[in-house]
Design a protein around this ligand. Sequence first.
Ligand code: SIN
Length: 488
Amino acid sequence: MKLVLECVSQMLNDPKLFCQKAYISGEWVDASDDQVILVNNPFDESIIGSVPACKAIQVNDAIESAQSAQQDWARMSSIARSDVLAAWYELICQNQDDLARIMTLEQGKPLHEALSEIHYAASFVRWYGEEARRLSGHVMQPDGDHRVVVLKEAVGVTAAITPWNFPSAMVTRKVAPALAAGCAMIVKPSELTPFSALALAALAERAGVPPGLFSVVTGDAREIGEGLLKSSIVRKLSFTGSTAIGKYLMAQSADTVKRLTLELGGNAPLVVFNDADLDVAVDGIIASKFRNAGQTCVCTNRAYVQSEVYDEVCLKIAKKLEGIIVGNGLDPAVAIGPLINDMAVSKVKSHVEDALSRGARIVGDELTINGRVILPVLLADVPSDALIATEETFGPVLPLFRFETEQEVIQLANATPFGLAGYVFSRDVSRAWRVSEAFECGMVGINTGAISMASAPFGGIKHSGLGREGGSAGIEEYLEMKTLHFHL
Ligand code: SIN
């Protein structure tokens, strides 16, 4: 294993960013019993390193130091907090190549995609650093001799459980607004991709984030999650991940009445009408479906194409997918990297086989699986009772469904308990507007497959979650209102 570790460090300009210890209370520590979790490269399953399997007692250490650090931090001026976040942003930008390389090694996504995730991650730090300076409460209109002032106060100690699919951006999307608002945050990163979060913590430390204010506790999700959930000091939890785990966390948070932000599963519909610019639609479909090998909550899961243009859209997509290079994310020619683990590969396989058994057909390359690397699959004539229509695939498979009318497709699009994102392609503004309003989801892409940016609210409805990240809404999740009533 040692040889492999040396190899990772040699790939970085700054080997110190490859941290194999947890960051708790401003210290880099091992697990209290020295146990570790091995982390592998999803492309070839080689071990790239290990992180401590922290114990409940270490979660408590993180919570206690977060509590004391938070009190000083919240008392600092918002300009001073903003300056620290600005320094962190600069360091992330300066070290973007190393951060991207670490991400590709542990997550698998191609290096160019990892780099764009680092830019996305940095944009949250920048945006919330700036937003820190604009926080304010409000004063109500006088009512006789009664005056009311609403203050905004930091929630306090907060926690985040972050996923493996965006190992950096989902950390900064939570930590940056928390810190900007005056909160402390303890992050439990996915066991599969802890190194990105640890590298961000190393840079936060260098930027002057006070010890204890931002900890990264690595280890078993259940053990660390329980410690965070049981604590009354932790006033809020932000989670990105599956709906099943989100529901569990919600139930477990009831006892301490924690605030929750939950960004959960999706089953995004994408609709192409006859009147769409088909080239724009096809680019939007490819961007939305195949980003991160299809392992994105807002990925198109079902593409509905109106009958008249169905065959043309299908051919155009097949042509774009021809010759796409899949493989090791470190290879600059690769456009799609491996899936995260064998379970993810099995799910893709079962969705494709199920669709084929119900009469769908593959256009272009057959299902080709090499380890965890899968060639993109285009499925045509998929019936609406296929598994892929109801379950999130989280892989590079694009099912095309045929539809006739606007009313029909709205019903199909909404026939899911999920409500994260939806996409519509049409040149008819009224139609695009009508369909966007009719979609039961939190975000709609109109003539675009890209809907993620730091300044815009991101989140879902129904079983896709609660609350919003990004934009002004994202910082409100870390602020409490306190209403002061004055009698003159
Ligand atoms: C996600 O898949 O959870 C996040 C995707 C994004 O922010 O674009």
